[in-house]
Design a protein around this ligand. Structure first.
Ligand code: HEM
Ligand SMILES: *[C@@H]1O[C@H](CO)[C@@H](O)[C@H](O)[C@H]1NC(C)=O
Ligand SMILES: *[C@@H]1O[C@H](CO)[C@@H](O)[C@H](O)[C@H]1NC(C)=O
Ligand SMILES: *[C@@H]1O[C@H](CO)[C@@H](O)[C@H](O)[C@H]1NC(C)=O
Ligand SMILES: *[C@@H]1O[C@H](CO)[C@@H](O)[C@H](O)[C@H]1NC(C)=O
Ligand SMILES: *[C@@H]1O[C@H](CO)[C@@H](O)[C@H](O)[C@H]1NC(C)=O
Ligand SMILES: *[C@@H]1O[C@H](CO)[C@@H](O)[C@H](O)[C@H]1NC(C)=O
Length: 329
């Protein structure tokens, strides 16, 4: 009898632990294995189509997942339309792109499995597919996020790092979402693909009288001249150029080699190697990644999974949006 009591107590404890785990609803690899078994192929096909049309789209989709996760967690809040939405926050306006591709993915997913796959998970899968199709690693994306009910423009303005920010300031923004200094450096390696507008680095090219003075001490002189020609003062601030001039469409460790050679495009990129504070924080890791792409890729994957775990809505929170641009009515 005593034994039985002990056993049923044990069973009770196990049951409660399992219920507790379910209630906490961690993300899982196989979340849609019965509700949408072909999900990964459906998304991959759409991302492949989009990248065939425009190679840069890989970078744009990767960035969308990042900008989503840093604001109210990975909840697809960035996808919500409206003038007061995140799309119109400074870090996104005139630069965040790929929304039509997300719509196309969502439409394809809905036609196979209606009403079960969140837009937040679509962003996470599309980011992984984009890295893979750019020649980078693949990893098992954790799934089960639900979609948020609000966009947060002020949150986007506050939480997202800017191109003239110091290592300390950027690190603080990463720490705020549970990411550390290693994640700052490894995830910055995403700038191995994609482009940036003249407007976000022109402060480095000319002797403005403002606070953002020239930093030719950090930027390779030949690159300064070349960029001055591409981005003349009073030119089109929306014109874009490669973040990694060595291999813009390829996911590799050239971004870090560029930093070691003084060829980082954004001031924030180059700070990771050249700033005074980098010496005791990020510089060694930049060198390690620059010397060994396998270490970079390993850390990048770990950091992407970590970033994708930022405050997901699970269980009964949020909803599965029907249209990624609007909350369900
Ligand atoms: C560490 C701090 C970061 C800063 C300061 C930063 C800043 C920027 C800026 C200013 C641009 C260009 C935007 C424009 O043209 O107006 C950009 C582009 C990009 N960022 Fe970052 N970023 C950071 C981290 C990240 C992370 C963590 C990822 C992804 C994991 C990422 C992925 C990208 C990609 C792929 C692009 C190119 C997008 C395209 O070509 O459409 N960035 N970033
Ligand atoms: C918006 O983001 C900020 C910063 O993360 C947060 O403090 C605030 O609660 C968010 N607001 C809403 C309405 O989600
Ligand atoms: C860092 O953040 C502080 C506080 O928000 C701000 O005053 C300062 O200008 C920032 N520095 C840089 C280099 O971004
Ligand atoms: C950052 O976190 C990872 C685990 O996610 C850990 O392995 C790494 O050592 C941490 N880096 C720093 C600088 O604390
Ligand atoms: C900025 O001004 C300094 C001193 O006048 C000059 O040496 C430097 O070449 C200028 N930089 C650029 C990018 O024009
Ligand atoms: C970029 O283009 C947008 C939309 O056409 C325009 O409103 C904005 O002023 C331009 N930005 C710059 C820096 O030229
Ligand atoms: C990277 O390689 C360079 C050149 O071989 C070497 O000088 C440097 O010490 C290496 N750095 C690290 C952190 O491994």
């Amino acid at each position: 009898m005593k034994n039985l009591n002990c056993n049923s107590g044990f069973v009770w404890l196990m049951t409660m632990s399992i219920l507790f785990l379910i209630a906490r609803s961690q993300l899982t690899e196989d979340f849609y294995s019965t509700s949408c078994p072909n999900l990964r192929n459906i998304v991959l096909k759409q991302v492949l189509n989009a990248i065939k049309t425009e190679t840069r789209m890989a970078a744009s989709l990767l960035r969308l997942h990042f900008h989503d996760c840093f604001v109210n967690g990975c909840d697809a809040s960035i996808l919500l339309d409206g003038n007061d939405g995140e799309k119109f926050a400074f870090p996104n306006i005139n630069s965040a792109r790929g929304f039509e591709v997300v719509d196309a993915i969502k439409t394809a997913v809905e036609s196979s499995c209606s009403g079960v796959v969140s837009c937040a998970d679509i962003l996470a899968i599309a980011a992984q597919d984009s890295v893979l199709l750019s020649g980078g690693p693949s990893w098992k994306v954790l799934l089960g996020r639900r979609d948020g009910l609000v966009a947060n423009q002020s949150g986007a303005n506050t939480n997202l790092p800017g191109p003239t920010e110091s290592v300390a300031n950027i690190t603080a923004k990463f720490l705020a979402v549970g990411l550390n200094l290693t994640d700052v450096v490894s995830l910055s390696g995403a700038h191995t693909i994609g482009s940036a507008r003249c407007a976000v680095f022109s402060n480095r090219l000319f002797n403005f009288s403002g606070t953002n003075g020239p930093d030719e001490t950090l930027l390779d002189q030949a690159m300064v001249s070349d960029l001055q020609a591409q981005c003349p003062a009073n030119g089109d601030g929306n014109k874009t150029t490669a973040l990694d001039r060595n291999s813009v469409d390829l996911f590799d460790n050239h971004y870090f080699q560029n930093l070691v050679n003084g060829k980082g495009l954004l001031e924030s990129d180059q700070f990771l190697y050249s700033s005074d504070e980098a010496v005791s924080t990020t510089r060694t890791l930049v060198e390690i990644y620059s010397n060994d792409s396998r270490i970079f890729v390993n850390d990048f994957v770990r950091s992407m999974i970590k970033m994708g775990n930022t405050n997901p809505l699970t269980g009964e929170s949020g909803e599965i949006r029907k249209n990624c641009r609007v909350v369900n009515s």
